[in-house]
Design a binder for this molecule. Structure first.
Ligand code: BG6
Length: 364
């Protein structure tokens, strides 16, 4: 049931404030500044025993996994990384007993991710799931997990499930952090920020008409870059992925820091860049990169915070509310969903069922 929306993607984007509410309901403990994730089936002692985290997923779930890895490194100070499950399963990975493996999947049926889970289990690794569909293959195969409670997601391009995955990683990062060096006060700082997310997402969604205008402008280009660094890089990757999936435009993501090492050669009037420029410790570096793109005739659309000062630079902006810096990627990703949606809409493509793609790839 489309409930009055023109597409499932539009409906699912708008559902995000409630869907995040469901994700966090009953899981935040203010008194101790911790997340309650009983489904993980891990004692504090077990959580404390992991010295590494490896996150596995495919497509957008992999990019959100990268967002999660950064959060875990920042909040828990444990080495964490994400890898495409589709690669992991084919490369004879080294499975370690003190690594926490996290499988991420909306459907819980993606065969590459399910196979990675089996391989980890076969070799004695501990794997938990961050899954939306209750009772799905991956949810059943994992030894514990956190359900996303995003509700059914129909559009091939994932939106609300991804946002709940990112929030799920914030909760897991909090759990891993609070059995280590993250203080009660810092835990509560993160909890307060998580609780504010639904309202902040609503604010972003209210800017839809403005984002739709930006989308029409960028959709005119045949090819575009999405750039971000550190926290912003997986945001750029997911932004580019969503854009190419439904608008069929060539969209490529780079680390902003890498532009000068190659891709800058492609910048001219015909190739616009969507730049993720949050207000954080790297703002100055990001602004310097924007300046370099502009100096070569490239147009820039910034996804940024109110207090970032672009000075003389003529840069249209999509402004996102600030949260705690560690959680910025959760909110920065949301306007990029709307950007992709409106680009595809203005180009007249089939938004919910893009060509050549399936909602979940369950066969070899
Ligand atoms: C791809 C879908 O095949 O699988 C993507 O087209 C999705 O939209 C990815 O993100 C992973 O799917 P899932 O269900 O494992 O999250």
């Amino acid at each position: 049931d489309l409930g009055g929306y023109p597409h499932y993607m539009a409906k699912e984007i708008q559902e995000q404030p409630e869907s995040v509410e469901r994700m966090i309901r009953g899981r935040l403990d203010d008194r101790f500044g911790v997340a309650r994730l009983d489904g993980l089936n891990l004692t504090p002692r077990e959580l404390r025993g992991f010295s590494r985290v490896k996150i596995l997923g495919c497509g957008s779930a992999y990019y959100v996994g990268q967002i999660g890895a950064t959060m875990i490194e920042e909040l828990a100070r444990i080495p964490a990384d994400a890898e495409a499950a589709s690669e992991f399963r084919y490369r004879n990975p080294i499975i370690e007993a003190d690594t926490l493996y996290i499988a991420v999947s909306q459907s819980g049926e993606t065969i590459d991710t399910a196979f990675a889970v089996e391989e980890i289990k076969r070799k004695g690794g501990r794997v938990v799931g961050l899954v939306n569909v209750v009772g799905s293959t991956i949810a059943r195969a994992c030894e514990g997990g956190v359900y996303l409670h995003a509700g059914p997601e129909i559009a091939v391009a994932s939106t609300k499930a991804l946002t709940n995955m990112a929030v799920g990683f914030a909760l897991i990062a909090l759990s891993l952090g609070r059995v280590r060096d993250l203080s009660n006060a810092d835990g509560r700082r993160i909890i307060d920020a998580i609780r504010a997310l639904p309202g902040q997402i609503k604010t972003i969604l209210d800017a839809e008409p403005e984002i739709a205008e930006h989308a029409k402008t960028v959709a005119a280009a045949q090819s575009l870059f999405f750039v971000g660094r550190v926290r912003g890089f997986p945001v750029a990757r997911e932004g580019a992925q969503k854009f190419k999936e439904i608008s069929y435009r060539h969209a490529e993501a780079y680390q902003t820091s890498e532009l000068k090492h190659g891709p800058l050669a492609l910048i001219d009037e015909s190739l616009p860049t969507v730049a993720v420029v949050p207000s954080d410790e790297l703002t100055d570096r990001n602004l310097a990169a924007v300046q370099q793109i502009k100096a070569r005739g490239g147009a820039v659309l910034a996804v940024t915070h109110e207090d970032v000062d672009f000075g003389e630079l003529d840069v249209p902006r999509i402004v996102v509310p600030r949260t705690e810096p560690e959680l910025d990627p959760i909110l920065l990703t949301v306007p990029l969903q709307l950007l992709a949606y409106h680009a595809a809409l203005s180009l007249g493509y089939d938004i919910d069922k893009p060509r050549n793609l399936a909602k979940s790839v369950t066969v070899e």
